[in-house]
Design a protein around this ligand. Structure first.
Ligand code: HSE
Length: 435
């Protein structure tokens, strides 16, 4: 059957965990993919740094080359799975310049050089496909770009980093400490030897920038994403959260908000308290999930594997089929829409609910003093729970749930609490999301 189809040459750059699976699936399912794409997809070559390196999958040796440039220039579709900024960026620009469509999973590159790549694609009427760049195998880019194109996205809350979800989930189910679970995650290969990108929220921030840009038709530079990681989350914070009916999740929150009377957006990554009844609270292990709220569609949840070689290869191949269909149909690719270009508000202007945990002396007037500081700061109290420890010199733990307050007001109030003589220690301050 495939002989009837026009042949499209596909170049693969990189043969790591995802790349080798992409090559293997392309070779194994070529006939089926051709029927779906309406074109025969010929794997023209695989550009790598070292043709003799060990691969996860056995692939025909003759496909490998170190000459990425020649491979790119002879191809209709270029799959970039090298990762990082260079040479990925130069290779993609070369491919787009030659009129090829590009499929990439490179979140770091898209989050930092996205506009440059999309402009290069626009100039020649080509397209950049990147379903695998956010939340691995989960279809979320196409739903935001196409399925929800007729709707208005109001909010996205995503668990978009599997490593941190694995760590937080094990801390929650086993009462374990962050450092112990991280060490275990590194041993099992979930976390990298240098876990900074995952545990400090950089990986999630890149994905948040990509999702927010699409959802709100606005270019979102990475430095406009507020980012905090999970390394300060302790077993006792998780225990207290559970007692109050919450789990702690590292969330990427992309939200349409009104600021200074103007429609704006906020994009932020931080650990937050999520009610146990929320669908995101039940995302376990290294799984990812993206919860989307749209004006007409209401709430939608996209769930599944956020990483993994063969799982991510599924998203890459879906993009290859889309790119092939565009080549066959002709016409220009769909460019990135930044027509709304909404202002991105700084974190200080964002409003959420908070839970503040304080260690205080258990003496007359302490609660009144704390309440006074909150009142002076314009932060309204919704709930207070107090537990007393020790007998000779009793201290109390105060868990204060606030009504919605701006980050600016909350942070000034927490500073004032920390300076107060009745407060021994500000144990934790966490935002509440998803209520
Ligand atoms: N390191 C990421 C994670 C996977 O833990 O989810 C790749 O984005």
């Amino acid at each position: 059957m495939t002989a009837e189809y026009r042949r499209l040459r596909v170049a693969l750059l990189g043969a790591g965990a995802v790349g080798s699976q992409v090559a293997s699936l392309l070779l194994r399912h070529g006939d089926e993919l051709a029927d779906r794409a309406g074109a025969a997809l010929e794997l023209a070559g695989i550009a790598v740094r070292d043709v003799d390196a060990r691969r996860d999958v056995d692939l025909p040796k003759e496909l490998f080359t170190t000459d990425a440039e020649s491979l790119i220039l002879g191809s209709d579709i270029v799959i970039e799975l090298i990762g990082g900024i260079e040479p990925a960026r130069a290779n993609i620009l070369l491919a787009l310049g030659s009129g090829a469509d590009v499929v990439t999973a490179n979140k770091a590159l898209l989050a930092t050089h996205g506009p440059e790549l999309f402009e290069a694609a626009d100039r020649v009427g080509a397209s950049v496909y990147y379903e695998a760049a956010a939340a691995g195998a989960i279809p979320i880019i196409r739903p935001l770009r196409d399925s929800l194109a007729g709707d208005r996205v109001v909010r996205i809350m995503g668990i978009v980093n599997g490593t941190t979800n694995y760590i937080l989930d094990r801390m929650d189910t086993e009462g374990a400490d962050f450092a112990d679970v991280l060490a275990d995650a590194q041993r099992l290969g979930y976390a990298e030897a240098d876990p900074t990108a995952d545990v400090e929220g950089y990986d999630a921030a890149q994905k948040a920038a990509i999702l927010a840009s699409l959802a709100f038709h606005t270019a979102v530079p990475l430095d406009a994403v507020h980012r905090e990681g999970i390394s300060s989350i302790t077993a006792s914070m998780i225990e207290e959260a559970r007692a109050a009916g919450f789990v702690i999740k590292l969330l990427a929150v992309c939200e349409r908000i009104e600021a200074n009377g103007a429609e704006s957006i906020s994009v932020r990554v931080y650990p937050a308290l999520v009610p146990q009844s929320h669908p995101l609270a039940n995302v376990h292990g290294a799984n990812n999930a993206v919860f989307v709220e749209a004006e007409a569609a209401g709430s939608l949840m996209f769930y599944g594997a956020g990483a993994g070689g063969v799982q991510t290869a599924s998203a890459v191949l879906g993009d290859v089929v889309s790119a092939a269909r565009r080549h066959i149909a002709g016409g220009v690719g769909v460019g990135e829409s930044t027509r709304a270009n909404l202002p991105i508000v700084p974190i200080g202007h964002v409003t959420t609910r908070y839970q503040i945990t304080l260690q205080v002396a258990d003496a007359a007037g302490v609660l009144a003093t704390v309440a006074g500081i909150l009142s002076d700061g314009g932060v309204s109290v919704a709930t207070v729970v107090q537990t007393v420890e020790g007998e000779s010199e009793p201290t109390a733990r105060l868990i204060i749930g606030t009504h919605r307050a701006t980050e600016e007001a909350l942070s000034a109030t927490v500073d004032a609490l920390a300076e107060s003589s009745v407060v021994e220690r500000v144990v934790s301050v966490l935002r509440v999301e998803g209520e």
